[in-house]
Design a protein. Structure first.
Length: 605
């Protein structure tokens, strides 16, 4: 999103199962095209170190809706206590233990490299996804595909007149998002068209789906009309998926005049999208709420999608919604809420400190930014602001919650220790197959420039969080937007995503400050880092029988023994620190793909 919007709405208070305030509509026949990315001309000249600042921000009017409050009834739930935890500032170093059979521990980023630099837009809206071979970063002004060593494969401006989105009318594009489906190996790339900077009555949601795991290959594309009445425009999308649907939520803002509390949730049959045959879709319009964030659902058998939003009555509740039903006929229901231990504020103020300047940085607002469903648990992360009711607040920090939405039970509610000298904002979380928690975010302190940070908790029973700065800021940052009260913009997102090749290591990406090139105008760049799997066994025996469509990686710090069978259409990586031994009954059938690397866990050691 180009500009954060302060949204605080009246909530209808009640028990589980009360009136929903959700309306449903069915739409047909969106505009469709196809594109082959490798046939397009890349615009690789955008990544320059010397840039002017005359395009420093979008020319967007700031929309604000009047904040309103209601008192809670006495029957409201007893809040679940929130634990405040500190993080170890000094990250553990990569260690190789002396015993030959001992595992290798990787805690610091094992691979990291540059993503993209600022071209014209603030904020960048850092989005990223990871495939079996490639990583894909999308920003407000550009996108870039790289291999997992950082080599650039393709790069383009979002609004290139002959580019990726041009067949759908690539004008006034903003708010890109990208995810990767690790079960069916498809890329899902969305972007919005015509908001406040264009012709808002033409507001549209653009969707692209890769036809294969190769992001440089063929894509299906659709244009979805955001509002048939043309009196609202669609803003600030969040994306989720499961086996049945691709779900996209966003806020509906008025083309003119004053606004009301409305959010719209689109549900698309995901099988139809993957087949390129989308003929109908559902849209749910919800009043009295905003920013309903759907979950990335890491369970191939999960039929429902859970969604989370703030319940702004007293700023200490999270509200759950659920999309269920058949793939072709979904329904959306409001399911209940959880109440946490203390209130938090809305934010949207310049409070982030930085070295070298008295100018503070905007740390966003309190909307839920990241939701994951995995192993029967719903995880969410957001920036919160303390103390509540103070404007501006003293500081921002990250709130991490895990819960069972069906029973409205909280498992954990954690805030990271912060103060007015050291703050966190813009979290994105990932949960791997071991239950490790990895959170990417931005950090602001008086003793450092704005930096990219990752916080890791291994699922080893210790409960300890370890913090690592994977890219330090390089200069102080001032770059004000054009809103009525100018803000020193940062964010609005960071990225954390599990690598589908092993379902264990996690890639994170975030913004950091770069040296200023013109006057006092701040510059940002983006950076990728791979957080490796934590524990890597010295030897791996590959004995599986793989079938068409399987994509698997076998990784060891010492030796991989290949004893399995790779069927036609399967894609396999064998990665060892010292050697790979292929011996009977190993067999790679015609039409399979087998690749070998002598690197071991986390790349060359």
């Amino acid at each position: 999103m180009k500009y954060l919007i302060s949204l605080l709405f009246i909530i209808n208070i009640g028990l589980h199962g009360v009136a929903q305030n959700i309306t449903s509509q069915r739409y047909v026949a969106p505009l469709k095209t196809t594109v082959v990315m490798r046939n397009l001309k890349p615009s690789n000249t955008i990544n320059q170190d010397t840039l002017t600042t005359k395009y420093k921000s979008f020319n967007e009017e700031e929309f604000e809706i009047e904040a309103k409050k209601k008192n809670k009834p006495k029957s409201f739930k007893t809040p679940f206590p929130v634990t405040t935890v500190s993080t170890n500032i000094n990250a553990l170093q990569n260690q190789k233990l002396n015993a030959p059979d001992a595992p290798v521990i990787f805690e610091s980023p094992c691979v990291d490299f540059h993503g993209l630099n600022q071209f014209y837009a603030i904020p960048p809206d850092v989005g990223g996804a990871v495939g079996f071979d490639d990583i894909f970063m999308v920003l407000n002004d550009s996108f870039k595909i790289q291999d997992k060593y950082g080599d650039s494969l393709y790069q383009q401006r979002e609004q290139d007149p002959n580019g990726f989105w041009s067949a759908l009318g690539a004008t006034n594009l903003f708010d890109p998002k990208i995810i990767y489906d690790p079960y069916r190996h498809r890329w899902i790339f969305i972007i919005l068209k015509d908001g406040a900077t264009g012709t808002p009555q033409n507001s549209a949601l653009l969707i692209s789906i890769s036809q294969t795991p190769d992001p440089l290959g063929n894509w299906f594309q659709w244009q979805i009309d955001a509002d048939a009445e043309n009196d609202q425009w669609f803003d600030y999308p969040s994306v989720g998926f499961n086996r049945n649907w691709l779900v996209i939520n966003g806020n509906m803002l008025p083309v003119s005049g004053s606004g009301s509390a409305i959010t719209r949730t689109f549900a698309f049959n995901i099988d139809n999208l993957y087949a390129g045959s989308l003929s109908a879709y559902s849209a749910f319009t919800t009043t009295d709420y905003s920013n309903i964030c759907p979950a990335l659902t890491y369970d191939p058998n999960m039929n429902d999608i859970w969604c989370v939003t703030n319940d702004d009555i007293d700023d200490n509740d999270l509200r759950f919604f659920k999309i269920s039903g058949s793939a072709s006929n979904p329904s959306m229901t409001e399911e209940g809420y959880i109440s946490l231990g203390s209130d938090w504020g809305l934010g949207n103020r310049d409070i982030g400190p930085q070295q070298g300047s008295s100018a503070r940085i905007n740390t966003g607002d309190h909307r839920v930014l990241s939701v994951i469903w995995r192993n029967g648990i719903l995880y969410s992360a957001q920036t919160i602001f303390l103390p509540d009711e103070q404007d501006p607040p003293d500081y921002s920090t990250i709130q991490f919650v895990s819960a069972d939405p069906g029973t409205e039970t909280v498992h954990e509610a954690i805030n990271f220790a912060a103060n007015n000298n050291s703050m966190y904002a813009f979290p994105c979380l990932a949960v791997n197959n071991k239950g490790d928690i990895i959170i990417s975010c931005s950090k602001f302190t008086f003793s450092s420039f704005p930096s990219a940070v990752v916080i890791v908790r291994r699922n080893d029973g210790s409960g300890s969080f370890v913090q690592t700065t994977f890219k330090s800021g390089e200069d102080w940052y001032i770059n004000y937007d054009n809103s009525s009260t100018p803000r020193n913009r940062w964010g609005d997102y960071t990225t954390a995503m599990v690598d589908p090749s092993d379902d264990n290591s996690v890639w994170v990406a975030s913004e950091y400050s770069r040296p200023k090139t013109v006057g006092n105008a701040g510059q940002w760049g983006t950076w990728w880092a791979k957080i490796c799997s934590g524990i890597c066994m010295p030897t791996v025996n590959f004995t599986d029988i793989l079938n068409n469509g399987d994509m698997v990686k076998y990784e060891a710090s010492d030796i991989v023994f290949g004893l399995g069978v790779v069927g036609a259409g399967a894609d396999v990586k064998l990665d060892a620190g010292n050697k790979i031994v292929l011996q009977p009954p190993f067999r790679a059938n015609q039409g399979s793909r087998v690749r070998t690397y002598i690197e071991g866990c986390g790349g060359p050691q």
